[in-house]
Design a protein around this ligand. Structure first.
Ligand code: GLN
Length: 539
């Protein structure tokens, strides 16, 4: 039987609920408990797959092909275990299920209502992972902020679960903000008091209050929060701003968050936390003396969350190499043939990012050309790989109008073309090639050297694909397919032989990089950037 922890947020959004939930999960996991985290989002989209990155940041894809919230990326990076479709549920998905059931006649003529039908479906999904028997503890993060109209049914579902379960099987952790008023030189507790009161009015009383703050909370302040929010002082946890998100588990450990949680859940005889791997990663991160500048060429670069997993994969790979990766954002829309050298000067490597649509693609193609010709380490992900294929066709093979049919349906050389099974697809939600697929690596290739194995599994999210009609033109000119999906005869990896490091992958390796398992392509790419920087220094 699993125990349940719900994490709610108050006062404002963007407090880092996902990081607090993941940090708590990490600490409990490090004590030998089996933990998973799920996120319930109150918006009406069935999943975030159709959302623009400007709206919602990156879309994280799981092995089973679910398009999910980027917080699931944090869960996987912290816990080093995969999540699945069941770990992310939205209001849209809840309503879709209930409405489908209504159409099937499952409610036997009853009036279908928010309470109990929507709340029952929320509860059913909140308990699903717990009922699998695979976990001791299920942490559920509620998206949104307490008091939002749209989160009311979720809070009601938590209230009912808390009422139904024994007290020691379900607790609520509320994350709030303690703002600092500069003029008064004071930390203010009132917004927290209001937010806890709001939650209580909705019937849920938090057991633990985690306070985001820019300044330390003294004992008096903690007592005050405890008194007015009706919890014991040890249940008031300070969550002070950390240098990196990876320090948060340690800060929560110092504050005793895991111990108070275990106490409230009546879990005894737990082991001391084993954070050896985590600490060794942090140690490397903090003792990285070298720095490399890696250009991230994308069209959403002004929004950090759009490339979250790529940025985190660089943090993991940097630590392995004892090197700080300084990611230099370069907006692909503003790169032209005339300014490319100037825009990309001083960089030790280039990563061309994933993306959709025509905006900024010519800039990406210019960037690939620059990397190829100047022997700058290059790494293309998904659309980035497709741009490398187009660049090679145009400038090496001689197909000057080569393109992807995503951008130009009239091109006489569609080197990137829509996959056969995509041609009849009209619906946008959940219809791409999604999730994990096997890929076989060619012996003696860069990919093989990086992965040190013959077969890999990586996650996909795309509709277009390398067009095999042109395969021989590529091979004859020096671009080789070094990774293939044999079953479907799809090229998944391309590389150039006569180059120190040039690789493009149709899948998203960044989604599988974790603190304990940094992704090997990122690790080798950073290494290639270091070598490039050292060579530059010597010459
Ligand atoms: N737009 C391209 C496709 O659908 C690439 C997608 C991506 O970069 N994730 O194939």
């Amino acid at each position: 039987m699993s125990k349940y922890i719900f994490v709610t947020g108050g006062v404002t959004s963007s407090l880092g609920k996902g990081i607090i939930a993941a940090s708590l999960a990490k600490l409990l996991q490090s004590r030998g408990l089996k933990v998973t985290i799920q996120k319930f989002d109150p918006y009406i989209n069935v999943d975030p797959g159709t959302l623009n990155p400007y709206e919602h940041g990156e879309c994280f894809v799981t092995d089973d092909g679910a398009e999910t919230d980027l917080d699931l990326g944090h869960y996987e990076r912290f816990l080093n275990i995969p999540t699945s479709q069941a770990n992310n549920v939205t209001t849209g998905r809840i309503y879709q299920t209930v409405i489908n059931k209504e159409r099937e006649g499952d409610y036997l003529g009853k009036t279908v209502q928010v309470v109990p039908h929507i709340t029952d479906e929320i509860k059913r999904r909140m308990m699903l992972l717990g009922e699998s028997g695979d976990f001791d503890i299920v942490i559920t993060e509620l998206g949104g902020t307490v008091g939002d109209i749209e989160s009311l049914p979720f809070v009601e579902a938590v209230r009912q679960i808390q009422w139904e379960l024994p007290e020691e099987d379900c607790i609520v952790v509320h994350l709030t903000l303690i703002p600092y008023l500069k003029a008064a030189k004071e930390l203010k507790t009132k917004p927290t008091q209001h937010s806890v009161r709001l939650l209580s009015q909705e019937g849920v009383h938090p057991n633990i209050i985690v306070c985001r703050t820019e300044h330390p909370l003294n004992e008096d302040l903690k007592r005050k929060i405890a008194l007015f929010c009706n919890v014991k002082p040890e249940a008031v946890i300070e969550a002070i701003d950390a240098g990196t998100i990876y320090e948060v588990p340690l800060k929560m450990f110092e504050e005793g968050l895991d111990v108070i949680v275990l106490k409230k859940l009546h879990i005894n005889g737990y082991a001391a936390p084993d954070l050896v791997k985590w600490n060794s990663f942090l140690d490397k991160l903090n003792h990285s003396e070298k720095t490399v500048n890696i250009g991230l060429i994308g069209k959403y670069v002004e929004l950090q969350d759009a490339y979250k997993s790529i940025l985190e994969a660089f943090v993991h790979a940097g630590a392995v190499n004892l090197c700080k990766v300084n990611v230099v954002n370069v907006h692909s829309e503003f790169i032209t043939e005339d300014n490319v050298a100037e825009q990309l000067s001083g960089l030790d490597a280039l990563l061309v990012a994933p993306g959709f649509g025509i905006r900024g693609v010519e800039g990406k193609i210019e960037a690939v050309k620059f990397a190829r010709e100047n022997k700058l380490p290059f790494f293309g992900i998904c659309l980035g790989m497709q741009m490398a294929v187009i660049e090679f066709a145009r400038n090496v093979i001689g197909f000057t109008d080569a393109h992807s049919t995503e951008m130009d349906t009239e091109t006489t050389h569609p080197v990137i073309a829509l996959m056969e099974e995509q041609k009849s697809v009209t619906s946008k939600g959940g219809t791409m090639r999604l999730g994990a697929y096997q890929c076989e690596l060619a012996p003696n290739s860069l990919a093989h050297k990086i992965y040190e194995t013959n077969e890999i599994s990586e996650r996909h999210r795309h509709r277009w694909e390398f067009n095999n009609q042109y395969l021989n033109d590529y091979i004859n000119n020096g671009m080789v397919p070094s990774g293939k999906n044999i079953k479907e005869d799809l090229v998944e990896i391309i590389e150039i032989k006569d180059h120190p490091f040039f690789i493009g992958v149709q899948y998203h390796p960044e989604l599988k990089s974790t603190v304990e398992n940094p992704h090997p392509i990122f690790v080798h790419f950073v290494k290639a950037a270091i070598e490039h920087a050292e060579k530059k220094q010597k010459s």
